[in-house]
Ligand binder design. Structure first.
Ligand code: IPE
Ligand code: IPE
Ligand code: MG
Length: 242
C-alpha cells in the first residue's frame, strides 16, 4: 500500500519491547511463555532493519529496575535471552550483524556475561547492522557513571573542566560512537520512557503503539517508520530553514 521513502529511513531506532506479560495473560499463558514469544520478534525487527537500511537498532531487553521482579521471572528472562542468542548465532553471523552491550556489567550473572561476551567476540569483525542490546540498563545510573568518570579524568588531568561539552559527555555514555536515536518505539500502550536513554533521546521522534511486543511484526514496524516519515524534524528551527 504505502511504501517507505528510502531517503528518509531513520539511522538509529530504539525500541522498548514491552507487553510480554500482558500478551501471555491475554492468551492464557505464563509470563515466561510471553518472554519466549517476545524474543522471536527480535529476529523479525533485525531482519526488517537490515532490509530497510536502518544502521543501528537499540533494544531494551532488561532494565536496572527489572531486578525487582520475582526471582523466577528474572531467571526466565535471562535464560530465554541466552538461549535465543545462542540459537540465532549462525544467522546473526550470516547476516553480518554486530552486537554491542549497553548497560552495567556489575550485577549481571557471570554465566550470562560470559555467553554475551563470547557472542560479541565472534561477531566483532562484522560490518552490518549494529544491535545495541540495552541489558541491565538504566539511564540515570549511566549518567551518574559518566559524571564519575569525567570527574576522575579532570582530577588526574586527562580532561580540563572548561573543555567539557555535550559531545564529550556523550563519549562517556555507553552509547559512545553511536548516533542518537532518530526514532523511539514503545509497544504495549504505556506512554512513558522508563529510564531509557534520557540523554540520547533528546530529539528523537516518539512512537507509541498499543500492540504488545509479541505481536510487533514487520508490518507493525513498517507502520512506525511510515509514521516517522510523516514527521517534520525541526530541531528548534522553523520549517522554512530546512
Ligand atoms: C517486557 O515485557 C519485557 C521485559 C521488561 C523484560 P513485560 O514483562 O514488562 O510485560 P508486561 O509489561 O508485564 O505486560
Ligand atoms: C521497560 O519495561 C523495560 C524493558 C522493556 C526491558 P517495564 O515493563 O520494565 O517498564 P515499566 O515498569 O512498566 O515502566
Ligand atoms: Mg512491562
Amino acid at each position: 500500500m504505502f511504501d517507505l521513502d528510502p531517503k528518509r529511513i531513520p539511522k538509529h531506532v530504539a525500541i522498548i519491547m514491552d507487553g510480554n506479560g500482558r500478551w501471555a495473560k491475554k492468551h492464557g499463558l505464563t509470563r515466561p511463555q510471553g518472554h519466549i514469544e517476545g524474543v522471536k520478534r527480535v529476529g523479525d525487527v533485525m531482519d526488517f532493519s537490515r532490509e530497510t537500511g536502518i544502521k543501528v537498532l537499540t533494544l531494551f531487553a532488561f532494565s536496572t529496575e527489572n531486578w525487582k521482579r520475582p526471582q523466577a521471572e528474572v531467571e526466565a528472562i535471562m535464560k530465554t535471552m541466552c538461549m535465543a542468542i545462542n540459537a540465532q548465532m549462525p544467522k546473526l553471523q550470516k547476516d553480518n550483524v554486530r552486537i554491542r552491550l549497553c548497560g552495567q556489567r556489575d550485577g549481571v550473572p557471570e554465566k550470562v556475561l560470559n555467553d554475551l561476551d563470547a557472542i560479541m567476540r565472534k561477531m566483532e569483525k562484522n560490518t552490518g547492522l549494529i544491535v545495541n542490546l540495552a541489558f541491565n540498563y538504566g539511564s540515570r545510573i549511566e549518567i551518574v557513571d559518566a559524571i564519575k568518570h569525567i570527574a576522575r579524568d579532570v582530577v588526574v588531568g586527562k580532561l580540563s573542566q572548561k573543555n567539557i561539552t555535550e559531545e564529550i559527555v556523550g563519549k562517556y555514555l555507553y552509547t559512545k560512537d553511536l548516533p542518537d536515536p532518530d526514532l523511539l518505539i514503545r509497544t504495549s500502550g504505556e506512554l512513558r520512557i522508563s529510564n531509557f536513554l534520557l540523554w540520547q533521546l533528546s530529539y528523537a521522534e516518539l512512537y507509541f503503539t498499543d500492540v504488545f511486543w509479541p505481536d510487533f511484526t514487520k508490518a507493525e514496524f513498517k507502520k512506525a517508520i511510515l509514521d516517522y516519515q510523516k514527521r517534520e524534524r525541526r530541531f528548534g528551527k522553523v520549517s522554512l530553514q530546512k
